[in-house]
Design a protein around this ligand. Structure first.
Ligand code: GLY
Length: 518
């Protein structure tokens, strides 16, 4: 037993299989579910084994399956049956595996979450009758056993699979994915303004190479609560800007520029934006304005900034009259997307990022869902980099990056920002898919593909029933991009395209479909 397997333990319904499968994809290891192995070895279901042979016999079968899986020299992610800790010999087997380098992680969920999750499956022999009291009893009995066999406990309530995976990976940080690729480098080809984006776990290590050798000092623009970057080899001055859209103003830029002046920042120096899209937009615009243009490096700490805001040089601030009305195209000298920071993000923030990732599924035919998170983010960066290289100033193709955004912005406005940007864009893509179908551009299967992608990211896809569709259409008419009637990016046989002068009656029909029961 020499392999550093990762073994997931915990009660039924905590997500061991879905987390295990996604974790295996990240580690590039095989995934084995002990229950599935037992069922295929025995040629019958766990429920049948329980019913015919009884629990003690099942536990013996389980122990020998676990022993042979752990004996493999191929590092593997292993999801165990919930009762594996009931048998002393299985606990001993797990302890021996830990001594040989395996890590055991206890996935924990509260009773209501497990009741909810287990109600979707009938193949739970121990859960007949009152699920809540059975689970409570099992947790009482097994809780201390799970603790005794595991290296770490991870709470899973309300967390996405991707987030739990990231937390498990942080816990087992001494176990490395197979052939770690190191950060990927994606080049944004813009001639003399070309730059690199470093993407992956630990990509922050690439930051010092992105600092221009002639820069003598740097101002770091960030926000309270954003992870800090390692110390750099030049004098720095840290400035925190405020949180939320109200901080994205000309007043903030003025304040930043005055701090640049007091720190003695010259045109040859550097601004480093560390944070999400708000920070990179504001820091980028301050850099674009300072001495008519000072270099900027972005360190994206949110998923949304990694796959979108920090790449491509769009910078700007809001006015009371509208969002992003004042700005400049100002390409950074480099961008860092360190995916280790994804684990620090609140769940909703991460979900919003997935909303932006979802649009990349429809920009290309790539099946991003089969990729690990790091590969997928690097692929999104690659897609965006290629589009920006072809159309830096949004004269054409770059507008495709706004897929779902016409509907999405209207949803944000009409709901008074009850939906965050990424959530609204996700629903916006569903509306756009229905609109494309109504206009005869795509078929029902393509609309269904949109729902599948959103479901995979745990994103809401149904337009809320309480929204006033006429108000949504008038909000779209006020969109600053609506220069030729209502304009949408729509799917079609040739992929995404910009479609102008769409009739409001078709938009209303799309909204009705998007609000309908699936
Ligand atoms: N966020 C869309 C773009 O950068 O063009």
């Amino acid at each position: 037993m020499a392999a550093p397997h990762i073994v997931l333990v915990g009660l039924m319904g905590v997500g061991k299989s879905s987390v295990g499968r996604a974790l295996a994809r990240e580690m590039k290891w095989p995934f084995i579910d002990t229950d599935t192995t037992i069922e295929s070895n025995e040629g019958r279901t766990i429920a049948d084994i329980f019913a015919v042979e009884g629990e003690p016999a099942f536990r013996r079968i389980e122990r020998s399956a676990l022993e042979s899986i752990l004996a493999s020299s191929q590092p593997t992610v292993i999801a165990t049956g919930g009762g594996v800790v009931e048998t002393e010999s299985c606990r001993d087997t797990l302890a021996a595996a830990r001594r040989s380098g395996a890590r055991v992680v206890w996935l924990y969920a509260t009773i209501p979450t497990m009741v909810e999750r287990t109600s979707r499956s009938n193949n739970r022999p121990l859960l007949e009758g009152d699920r809540e009291s059975t689970l409570t009893r099992l947790l009482d009995r097994r809780g201390t056993l799970y603790r005794s066999v595991s290296d770490a406990k991870i709470e899973t309530d309300g967390k996405s699979v991707a987030r739990i995976v990231r937390e498990v990976m942080n816990e087992v940080a001494n176990v490395q994915p197979t052939s770690p690729a190191g950060p990927r480098r994606v080049r944004v080809e813009l001639g003399e303004r070309a730059y690199e984006v470093a993407v992956g776990a630990g990509a922050i290590a690439a930051l010092p190479q992105m600092i221009p050798p002639d820069a003598k000092r740097a101002v770091i623009v960030s926000q309270v609560g954003v992870p800090s970057i390692p110390e750099l080899d030049l004098p720095t001055h840290l400035v925190h800007i405020g949180d939320g859209e109200h901080a994205k103003t000309l007043a903030t830029v003025e304040d930043l520029c005055r701090q640049f002046a007091r720190f003695g920042l010259t045109r040859n120096d550097l601004v480093i934006g560390v944070g999400g899209g708000l920070v990179t937009d504001v820091a980028g615009f301050a850099a674009a304005s300072w001495h008519r243009g000072t270099r900027v490096v972005h360190v994206a700490t949110t998923l949304l900034a990694m796959v979108d805001a920090a790449i491509g040089g769009k910078t700007g601030v809001n006015l009371p009259e509208g969002k992003n009305l004042v700005g400049a195209f100002w390409q950074p000298s480099g961008v860092v997307c360190d995916t280790n920071w994804l684990a620090t993000l609140p769940e909703r923030e991460l979900r919003c990022g997935w909303g932006e990732v979802a649009k990349y599924h429809f920009l290309t035919g790539d099946d991003l869902l089969t990729m690990s998170t790091d590969e997928r983010i690097a692929r999104c960066v690659r897609i965006k980099a290629d589009i920006v290289a072809q159309d830096e100033r949004e004269g054409g193709r770059r507008a495709l990056l706004n897929y779902g955004h016409t509907f999405g912005h209207a949803i944000e406005t009409v709901t008074g920002h009850r939906f965050a940007h990424g959530e609204a864009v996700a629903i916006g893509m569903i509306c756009a898919a229905h609109l494309a179908r109504i206009l005869g551009r795509v078929d029902d299967a393509r609309v269904e593909a949109h729902y599948r992608v959103l479901d995979a990211y745990g994103l809401q896809s149904v337009l809320p029933a309480d929204l006033d569709h006429d108000a949504l259409v008038s909000a779209m008419g006020r969109d600053k991009k609506a220069t030729s009637g209502l304009v949408f990016i729509l799917d079609g046989s040739a992929g995404l395209e910009s479609v102008a002068n769409v009739e409001p009656v078709h938009v209303l029909a799309a909204l009705a479909s998007a609000a309908g029961v699936r």
